[in-house]
Design a protein around this ligand. Structure first.
Ligand code: ADP
Ligand code: MG
Ligand code: ZN
Length: 475
């Protein structure tokens, strides 16, 4: 029997507010343990939470960016469970009235087509603290600095059908959060976390199978590997006549497998009830319109505009709009040159190649958009060849000097003087009589060899069009 995977993802994104969701403590990362706490986030008896307005504004941004309906009167609920890093004994979250419902996110599939993934809901909640387990002694430490940091939980419909789609969905959600400037979306640092729900069912069935929930997924690669493993495992269980147990499983990235962590809780286990300390949150039309008016251009729109106004292929536009910073960089560069496609090639090829190799993000690029544009203009003005441009680029990265200065200092200006190039061509032909004979006898593949020799003679500075023309004439 053939099985089809069904996947729904829950994303927890930390919001970039300066203070926590229900108190004035700082959310700054990296402070000494338990120095950013107060009676409210420590869960002392008798304290009262006060909602941070910016958290709501950020939630509205995400809700509008994903075409959700805003629940005009929503409210907070207590989700009761005990953890050492959750000192109140309950988490303030939202339950039956979340701030937003029924949105969607578009993803691009490998074949270039677009698929719409439904969003069930988006809600606001507080984060728990952190347990730090001592590797040497049976001791765990509790750091409550993170307790009360605002989170958005974004829950997808079970619309995802493969690990690759799950990866594309997560990247798109993260890109939207970053475009909106409301979350860092950093998976490794835990500001963007994902639980993956997965079941399999016989192909063609419209019933949902029993799901497992995968946790401990702290990179896109882990999400995809864990899902692939789990699809295979569940299909084997079903094919063998067994039943999949509804449970929470952990991804073990060292052993490349999932293992059972605990039986899955049901919602009623949490004894949700409306938090009596917080009044219902009423959102008026004026606020929604104000937030809507402040939304930036989002990835889908920007991609369409790049295709339209810079005549870029779909693929280039997708890569270049994958983050707001990269899109800004490209656009800044493209506006300063004649040929935007050439700018796209350089940004995606040379520049991203370099940044990836050094594990850097675009904002840490050693070459600014204006500096790259200067290099591209030297090429467009035929002052340097494409080959020399690569050398100049390397030098720009190393020395931080502008392209023009490197070209000048190293005497790299392209030779367009025909007589100088003619001399080099003649020398090459005279030095290689054997190759000339073979070429004339029909081995035309040798043309590239001659071009290479002339370039060597001229130290890469000869204008390639002139070299080609002169060689053709002579041969
Ligand atoms: P919980 O909060 O208990 O995990 P939810 O009802 O909020 O439960 O569902 C969480 C996620 O599980 C959603 O993304 C949903 O799409 C997904 N999901 C629900 N049922 C299935 C299923 N049978 N197979 C795969 N995913 C599922
Ligand atoms: Mg869940
Ligand atoms: Zn506090």
């Amino acid at each position: 029997m053939e099985f089809e995977p069904v996947i729904g993802l829950e994303v927890h994104a930390q919001l970039k507010t300066e203070s926590k969701i229900f108190c004035g403590c700082s959310t700054r990362f990296g402070a000494a343990p338990n120095t950013q706490v107060c009676p409210v986030c420590l869960g002392m008896p008798g304290v009262l939470p006060v909602l941070n307005k910016k958290v709501v504004a950020y939630a509205l941004r995400m809700a509008l960016a994903t075409d959700c309906e805003i629940v005009r009167q929503n409210r907070f609920a207590r989700k009761n469970y005990f953890y050492p890093d959750l000192p109140k004994g309950y988490q303030i979250s939202q339950y039956e009235l979340p701030i937003a419902l029924h949105g969607h996110v578009n993803i691009t599939l490998a074949d270039g087509s677009t698929k719409r993934i439904g969003l069930t809901r988006i809600h606001m909640e507080e984060d728990a603290g952190k347990l730090i387990h001592d590797p040497d002694r049976p001791v765990s430490r509790v750091d409550l600095n993170r307790t009360g940091t605002p989170l958005l939980e974004i829950v997808s419909e079970p619309d995802i059908r493969s690990p690759e789609e799950a990866g594309a969905y997560l990247r798109q959600v993260r890109a939207i959060l970053r475009y909106l400037d409301i979350s860092d979306g950093n998976m490794e640092e835990g500001s963007f976390r994902c639980d993956a729900n997965i079941s399999v069912r016989p192909k063609g069935s419209d019933q949902l199978g029993t799901r497992t929930e995968l946790k401990n997924l702290n990179s896109f690669k882990h999400v995809e590997s864990a899902l692939a493993y789990e699809i295979k495992r569940q299909a084997e269980v079903l094919a063998g006549g067994g039943e999949v147990a509804q449970e929470t499983r952990l991804w073990d990235s060292a052993k490349n497998r999932t293992t059972s962590m605990r039986g899955k809780e049901e919602a009623h286990d949490y004894r949700y009830f409306p938090d009596p300390d917080l009044v219902p949150l009423v959102i008026d039309e004026a606020w929604i319109e104000e937030v809507r008016a402040g939304l930036p251009e989002l990835p889908d729109k920007r991609k369409a505009r790049f295709i339209e106004s810079y005549a870029l292929p779909e693929y280039d536009a997708k890569v270049l709009t994958s983050s707001r910073e990269l899109a800004d960089y490209f656009e800044d560069c493209a506006k300063q040159v004649k040929n935007p496609k050439m700018a796209a090639n350089w940004v995606m090829g040379d520049l991203l190649g370099l940044l990836n190799a050094e594990g850097k993000e675009i904002d840490a690029s050693p070459v600014s958009a204006a500096q790259l544009a200067e290099l591209l203009r030297l090429m467009e003005d035929r002052l340097i060849s494409g080959r020399i441009a690569k050398t100049v680029f390397e030098e720009m990265v190393k020395s931080g000097k502008p392209a023009g200065r490197i070209v000048e200092e190293k005497g790299l200006v392209q030779v367009t003087d025909e007589s100088a190039i003619t001399d080099a061509v003649d020398r090459v032909l005279a030095d290689n009589p054997g190759e000339v004979e073979k070429y004339r006898a029909g081995k035309t593949k040798l043309f590239g060899f001659f071009v290479g020799q002339v370039m060597k003679e001229t130290k890469g500075k000869a204008n390639p069009q002139i070299v080609n023309r002169l060689l053709k004439e002579r041969l």
